[in-house]
Design a protein around this ligand. Structure first.
Ligand code: ZN
Length: 493
């Protein structure tokens, strides 16, 4: 019979396969179960391979009796003690799905082992109940995802449970009845499709990637969990990141993450610093969340989507920042909303670009104040103008006609002190216009001239043209005032 195509495997091929029963492909449980003798053959060959792996302190016959539960109690105990000390290495084995009720459920054998190194193994199963067996999964493939359990880690270079593993489908930690506690560092340089953590306490780091590892995750969801170690996920591309009812007790570090199309944080707390430096984000939303220490969004791009839309606006509703927040050199392509944000310290908005259309008055006021507080009046004035423009948009004429008119007037003359050249143009234009006016024809002024003359400076007005002159002086004064204010605001407010 032909031998298995896997290197260093001397077993015969299984039926018409090119590989042996250990290495051949496995399928859904029902498919494998219905192949008569398939799962039993895998079980038997796995036991044989373990017996071959174990060193020769015990005879193969004795070990075989041990796995069949046919040894007496004293012998069984000593073999058990011996096996627990040995590290079993599984190379390239493809583990099928199993059911506890089957006599050939191979996980019963794995549970008897003390330490297992899974090397280039593949798994059709999505759950491994190995709470008391130290494991290390290296370069493994989990075709149907994995439901995490508290597997102790077998000592390795990075001391992680999974290194360079590939997870199809979903990696989850969703205990049905009680909170799951994970005591091992989990992933290093692994690739994922979806991750869903729920009701879990992570006593060790979830990710311990190498420095420049740039992975990609379609969905990352963390619900009702506590993270007791630093959460580091740099250089990643994440389609959707949702965090809800979760406590981060150590820093969160997501440096240069790309294409986070949706980031939603609700009812959560970050007790240490949070760093999203140079990340690009689509729709960003936090609500009822507490940031206790420094938060860094420097060089971040918010609101990236297909065009500028309100949906992509960055919102920090009922979110409290107890320490400093850095928005320096950030871009808010689809606007920003800080109107429901609690800020204990002034954020830094230096060189920030913010879409005008979807940003409200209150947010521009907060940004203006942040510049005012540090004496950056030039930038404060820019945001003051935007605040006033928003005030104009948000004021209804029928509610406050005087305010609406005054805001229109200020916008038209100098854009709230931003365009010094506009009042200057008006002065020139007005002077030009005056050269065409024939004062003699303004009969109404004959009645009003005596009134203008009674003013303290009435004697400086030209005889017979007092009222028109008064109006001209007022217009010039207003235009000159706006010109001076605008020039001043270019430098200081
Ligand atoms: Zn083989």
């Amino acid at each position: 019979m032909a031998k298995c195509s896997i290197e260093h495997c001397n077993l015969d091929v299984y039926e018409s396969d090119s590989k042996c029963i250990l290495h051949c492909q496995k399928h859904e449980y029902s498919v494998d179960f219905n192949k008569i003798g398939f799962l039993k053959a895998f079980y038997d060959e796995l036991v044989n391979s373990i017996i071959r792996e174990l060193s020769s302190d015990y005879s193969e016959q004795k070990l075989s009796l041990y796995f069949k539960d046919e040894l007496d109690e004293a012998d069984s105990y000593s073999v058990d003690e011996y096996i627990k000390e040995e590290v079993i290495v599984f190379n390239n084995i493809y583990f099928p799905q199993s059911k506890e009720i089957d006599s050939f459920d191979y996980t019963k054998i794995l549970k008897r082992l003390g330490q297992i190194h899974f090397n280039y193994c593949e798994f059709s199963t999505s759950y491994l109940d190995l709470d008391s067996t130290k494991c290390f999964f290296q370069d493994c493939k989990f075709h149907n995802g994995l439901s995490l359990s508290n597997i102790p880690v077998l000592e390795n270079e990075l001391n992680v449970l999974f290194q360079k593993c590939e997870f199809g489908n979903t990696v989850s930690s969703s205990p049905w009845d009680k909170q799951l506690v994970i005591d091992s560092p989990l992933f290093s340089d692994c690739s994922f499709t979806k991750i869903n953590f729920d009701n879990t306490i992570f006593n060790e780091a979830i990710f311990k990637n190498s420095k420049d590892f740039d992975g990609s995750i379609k969905e990352l969801e963390i619900y009702d969990s506590v993270l007791k170690k630093e959460f580091v996920l740099d250089y990643h591309s994440i389609d959707s990141l949702i965090i809800r009812d979760t406590q981060f007790q150590e820093p969160l570090h997501m440096y240069k993450c790309r294409n986070i199309n949706e980031l939603n944080i609700t009812n959560s707390s970050f007790e240490k610093s949070v760093d999203f430096y140079n990340s690009s984000l689509g729709a960003f939303y936090t609500s009822n969340t507490l940031f206790s220490e420094f938060v860094n969004f420097e060089y971040c791009e918010f609101g990236l989507g297909e065009g500028i839309e309100e949906y992509f606006k960055a919102k920090f509703d009922y979110t409290t920042f107890k320490s400093f927040i850095n928005f320096r050199n950030t871009f808010f392509y689809s606007g920003l909303d800080l109107s429901l944000t609690n800020l204990k310290e002034n954020p830094n908005f230096l060189n920030t670009t913010i879409d005008y259309k979807y940003t409200n008055k209150e947010t521009f006021r907060i940004i203006k104040n942040s510049f005012d507080k540090v004496g950056n009046f030039s930038d404060a004035n820019k945001f003051f103008a935007k605040e006033m423009q928003k005030d104009l948009n948000e004021t209804f004429f029928l509610d406050s006609p005087a305010k609406k008119l005054m805001l229109w007037f200020n916008l038209g003359i100098s854009n709230f002190g931003q365009f010094y050249w506009l009042p200057l143009l008006y002065i020139i234009g007005f002077s030009f216009l005056l050269s065409f006016i024939n004062y003699e024809e303004l009969k109404c002024c004959e009645i009003l001239n005596p009134l203008a003359k009674t003013l303290p400076f009435g004697r400086f007005l030209d005889e017979g043209k007092e009222f028109v002159h008064l109006l001209v002086y007022i217009v010039y004064s207003v235009l000159i005032y706006h010109f001076i204010v605008s020039v001043k605001r270019m430098i200081k407010r």
